[in-house]
Ligand binder design. Sequence first.
Ligand code: F3S
Length: 410
Amino acid sequence: MTMYLNEEEQAMLNGEQGEVVKAAMEILVALGNLYNADRLIPIKSAHCAGLSLKSHGIAGMEWAEDMAKKGGKVRVPTTMNVVGIDRSRDLGLPSDWVEHQQRIEDAYEAMGCYGTSSCIPYHYGFLPKFGEHIAWAESSAVVFTNSVIGARDNREGGPSAWAAAITGRTPNYGFHLDENRVGDILFDIQVELNDIADYGALGNYVGKLVGEKIPVFNNLGNPSTDDLVYFGAALASAGGVAMFHAIGITPEAPTLDEAFKGREYETIVIGEDELAQGYKNLNASKSKDVDFVALGCPHFSLNQIKEVADLLKGKHIKEDVTLWIHTNMAIKAMAKQFGYLDIIEEAGGILTQDLCVVLSTPESLGLSTLATNSPKMAFYAPGGNGLNTWYGDVESCINAALTGKWEINK
Ligand code: F3S
């Protein structure tokens, strides 16, 4: 099926609104035809990802600069995902890396994107509403907007999110359609989930099992918003999950009937063994000597930063351990206002701004063994950064930063 274009969209494709709009329309038409979309639909916002130098490369950087030079401008509020540098400080990363990464950010900002550079733009003003069509990339953000908010979003790639931002449209397929938002498999949780690390371990275990299907959870406990952010990030990284339902918690699943809409489904029971396997999957280190502790993937909320500050107050991290806590510029500014930043810095930690450790190069600083509270970072860092990795709760990670040793508490 060839996707229908209205008169204005056809003119955009013909180049009547310039070369950049034409290039963006070509991406959307190719995507729409590939997925049998009937038409384009208007979007309320976009979130561009894949902006790190690791993803863009030099060729991608030059392409973005060319699009900006040719007058490319976004038509809807568009945020930028995390990058591989912290623009507020020198972390000692290679200077050409920093310069090239900065050029990518400058190009997208020139096209009208907000250089807020975070995977949690919904925490600082860019909050979609229920039922709204959006075009966001970044898997951890997509699973949150679809599942927890009930917005409608495909797991966009960097080019398609950019094209949607430039045109204000996206092809009508996938999670924009009711029939593709129905649950596939039921997970009956028969183990107590006590903290955010348990949610991350469960998300990893289930993500590996379901791939891109839509899991439905019964008895998910009483998760906080932060728990759901980390749970979704684990599902999306270990699998390709873009949407989940939690009965009585997420807006499109008040009941099992609503979640499955009459579809037959398999039930899988999750007990202590399965949760333990989730932890096992995320722990890929043998040495208990930790030289790097990284928290905040997805970026930490203010409440999570306060938890770290409370644990660090009056203490100092071990001399040869590096502690990075990741958040964005908005939440960092609040952390400064409330005194949490001072506590972290006095303890020897660094609260980074807009940085993604996975997309950066901590390995270039000679760091080798990581402790993290992030199920996503623990999944990617061994392969992506060559780091030996421990996964656990925030308290275990801070203890590792203070002592240089990993003590398993699960
Ligand atoms: Fe965000 Fe990077 Fe983690 S994008 S979720 S900090 S891997």
